[in-house]
Design a protein around this ligand. Structure first.
Ligand code: AMP
Ligand code: MG
Length: 422
């Protein structure tokens, strides 16, 4: 495990007073090491967990060639270009009840979706393409289909003996369904990360506290709680911690003893007269950064005991933005997830935006579909770093990159969508 100084020494152009958003990501990737402990869980409990080992298919899915349609199965070699085909119905194959007979030339088998293809038959004509003739005969019009149509091949989804899913995959609904399709009742997953979180500041009120002048209710603990919960972390809520050394020390020690990661808000900016930074420094190996970003800027990062520390700024929007930009990817890494971050979306800006090159800006955006079908994005009102309603009304963050300058209305911008994240 590297110290802050060792990681800093490895990073090109590391300057704690002027870090780019990219450098922050690189730093955190070195600071955070994936959890090793695993557990075996039932598929219903596997949702959003990270697979700890490759899963090799014990069976092929589907196990047999089967029909993709309700219709009639026949030997496609009998199709003649431009000619209709008449066949006699020799039997019926149901899903779960195979037809065991042998179809002769000129015969077909009525078949239901999912039923095993009878021996020697390779093509299915959907019922609605056929004409029922008198007796047990059907007529297939010319050019209705080609040999092999509407037949699903054994193993076309998954082949026995081949990896179905790789370690590091975060299990969504599709992956859970796929694991179940293999007949697996349980899967090995990385244990959930334990994350302790608290808010700091003497002016921060807990819910239920009486209002007083100069004080604000704690909102950060609730946004942080929601974002951690969505990630599937085990949560340790340590409340609002007042700006007193003994209270801060107790909170940090408690957090470090119980959690893999600690997320705090407030008390890390330059002008802070409080004890938060001092206590982080005293108890851990911590760097205090100024990040070239907006909102955000101040952030403390390091380790206290065996826990990774993310000391986020106090402003409510800055908390959410720094969490999404840095803490979330770092926690996914801690959880053992290996997928690269989802690509940013491109949308046409509906308005001009002032932007200074040399820092990354995250504007709260609302993406919609324009009349011409293209994606467009507007900002959601007052973009102050304390204005939480700008987050509430947004469905993504407009990312104005480090080197980017002013944006004109109609310019294309990148958007990090909230879908599935917030
Ligand atoms: P700080 O980073 O501690 O200087 O805080 C910056 C701003 O964020 C101040 O206006 C604080 O009152 C506000 N703030 C800090 N913590 C919280 C919190 N937990 N909930 C709401 N606002 C906060
Ligand atoms: Mg403060």
């Amino acid at each position: 495990m590297s110290t802050i100084a060792e990681i800093a020494a490895r990073l090109q152009g590391y300057d704690p007073q002027a870090l780019s958003a990219t450098q922050v990501g690189e730093f955190l990737a070195q600071l955070v090491e994936p959890l090793r402990e695993t557990e075996q869980v039932a598929i219903f409990d596997a949702l959003d967990r990270v697979l700890a080992r490759d899963v090799v298919s014990p069976i092929s899915v589907p196990p047999h060639d089967n029909s993709a349609m309700d219709g009639y199965a026949f030997d496609g070699a009998q199709l003649q270009p431009g000619q209709p085909l008449e066949l006699e119905v020799a039997g019926t194959a149901l899903a779960g009840a195979a037809w065991r007979g042998t179809a002769a030339a000129g015969q077909c088998v009525k078949i239901m979706t999912g039923a095993i293809m009878p021996a020697g038959l390779d093509t299915v004509v959907p019922q609605e393409f056929t004409q029922l003739l008198d007796g047990d005969r059907i007529r297939i019009p010319p050019r209705a289909l080609r040999r092999g149509d509407n037949r699903r091949l054994a193993g076309e989804d998954l082949r026995a003996g081949e990896p179905a899913l790789r370690a590091g995959q975060r299990l969504g609904p599709a992956a859970c369904g796929l694991l179940a399709s293999l007949g697996l009742a349980t899967v090995p997953v990385v244990r959930r990360p334990r994350v302790a979180f608290f808010s700091t500041g003497d002016e921060i009120l807990s819910l239920g506290d009486a209002r007083r002048e100069g004080a604000v209710y704690d909102s950060n603990r609730y946004t942080v709680f929601g974002m951690l919960k969505r990630l599937g972390c085990e949560l340790i809520d340590l409340g609002v911690v007042p700006d007193r050394p003994e209270r801060l020390e107790a909170a940090f020690r408690d957090a470090a003893a119980r959690a893999d990661a600690i997320v705090t808000s407030g008390g890390v900016s330059v002008g802070e007269a409080d004890f938060t930074k001092a206590m982080m420094k005293q108890l851990g190996d911590v760097a205090f950064w100024k990040i070239a970003m907006r909102p955000g800027r101040p952030m403390a990062v390091g380790r206290i005991g065996g826990s990774v520390l993310f000391g986020l700024p106090g402003n409510p929007v800055a908390v959410m933005v720094t969490f999404l930009a840095f803490v979330r990817p770092a926690l996914l890494r801690l959880m053992g997830a290996t997928a690269p971050p989802p690509p940013l979306l491109k949308a046409r800006s509906q308005e001009a935006m002032r932007k200074k090159p040399g820092r990354t800006e995250y504007q709260r955006g609302f993406v919609s579909t324009a009349a011409d079908g293209a994606l467009q994005v507007r900002t959601t009102g007052n973009q102050g770093s304390g204005v939480l309603s700008s987050m509430v009304h947004a469905n993504g963050l407009i990312v104005l990159h480090h080197g980017q300058g002013n944006v004109a209305a109609g310019d294309e911008v990148d958007v990090m969508m909230f879908d599935g994240v917030l």
